[in-house]
Design a protein around this ligand. Structure first.
Ligand code: C2E
Ligand code: MG
Ligand code: MG
Ligand code: MG
Length: 287
């Protein structure tokens, strides 16, 4: 504390600003170095059916794995990658690695369904986005129907008309589209109706207290009903216990991701995980 060390408040403020600046610089260097040395890693989190708890698809989540430092989470470096423009390189590598892994898994019969990849604002607004993505799919030999792109509300609402254009192009190519972190941004319902998306992902913030707070439960029920009325699938994010999974199932939410089922896993762990038989949920055992 500044006072207890005999300094003044300004001193303390400057010190903490300084610390942030230093950390930022360090992180930027780590990111650049990771890109040079190929230390980006793609982990995969399964998506399951809430009816059967069986695997139905997966999401690719990037990490920096720096020798001697450890794993740095995307929550930490993606915003910086956005600011510096490095996100374009990061995003392209994640997409390429994901398509490569998925192609192998689909070809061997280990996996079917779709793999979802997150897109941030700068990536989404690249003028030649569709062409770039189609080139990567083509080069890696993955069918566009095996790919899903996740875009957050915030990104599409920055310029909704332009977003509709881009999404229409991607959808026309056979790529599925999901609106990520739904409920945390401010999607206008008028736009939601016009977005050519197929899936809505309900943010973890609504799931956390779904059994404790009636308001949260009602909110999720409404989101699910609205999504279904618009012809969209619904995925609940951040499901950590069986009670949440059961409530979501009763609210007609059909899919989920979360630590209850699996954390994001390295590719080999992921493959081992989806080969192990699932424990059936209580509502299936009862029938
Ligand atoms: P997101 O796309 O909403 O991904 C869900 C995040 O929640 C992931 O964090 C995942 O590990 C975490 N998660 C999943 N289930 C649970 C759970 O049951 N409990 C808790 N506490 N967390 C859970 P992660 O991997 O740290 O990624 C954070 C965010 O970073 C992602 O949020 C996404 O917005 C962004 N991101 C990750 N990978 C990429 C990427 O390749 N490109 C871009 N542009 N963004 C990415
Ligand atoms: Mg996501
Ligand atoms: Mg999300
Ligand atoms: Mg998120």
């Amino acid at each position: 504390h500044a006072k207890s060390r005999g300094g003044n408040g300004y001193q303390f403020f400057n010190e903490s600003m300084n610390k942030n600046a230093v950390r930022r610089l360090q992180l930027e260097n780590q990111l650049r170095q990771a890109l040079r040395n190929n230390h980006l890693q793609v982990h995969y989190q399964p998506k399951v059916s809430l009816k059967t708890h069986q695997f139905v698809g997966l999401e690719a989540l990037v990490r920096l794995d720096i020798p001697g430092v450890g794993i740095i989470s995307p929550a930490e470096f993606i915003p910086l990658a956005e600011e510096t423009g490095l996100i374009i390189d990061v995003g392209e590598r994640v997409l390429r690695q994901t398509c490569r892994d998925m192609r192998e898994w689909v070809a061997s019969g280990a996996v079917d369904g779709r793999v979802a990849v997150n897109l941030s604002a700068k990536q989404f607004l690249q003028p030649d986005l569709t062409q770039r993505i189609m080139n990567i799919l083509d080069e890696e030999g993955l069918d566009p129907k095996c790919l899903e792109l996740e875009i957050t509300e915030g990104v599409v609402m920055e310029d909704p008309e332009r977003a509709i254009q881009i999404m229409t192009e991607l959808h026309f190519c056979g790529i599925h589209l999901a609106l990520d972190d739904f409920g945390t941004g401010y999607s206008s319902l008028a736009y939601l109706k016009r977005f050519p998306i197929q899936t809505l992902k309900i943010d973890k913030a609504f799931i956390d207290d779904i059994n404790g707070a009636e308001r949260d439960r009602n909110m999720v029920a409404s989101i699910v009903a609205m999504a279904h009325n618009l012809g969209l699938d619904v995925v609940a994010e951040g499901v950590v216990n069986a009670a949440q999974a059961s409530t979501l199932h009763h609210l007609n939410c059909e899919f989920a991701q979360g630590f209850l089922f699996a954390q994001p896993l390295k590719r080999d762990q992921f493959l081992a995980h989806i080969k192990t038989p699932v424990k059936k949920p209580a509502h299936v055992l009862l029938n």
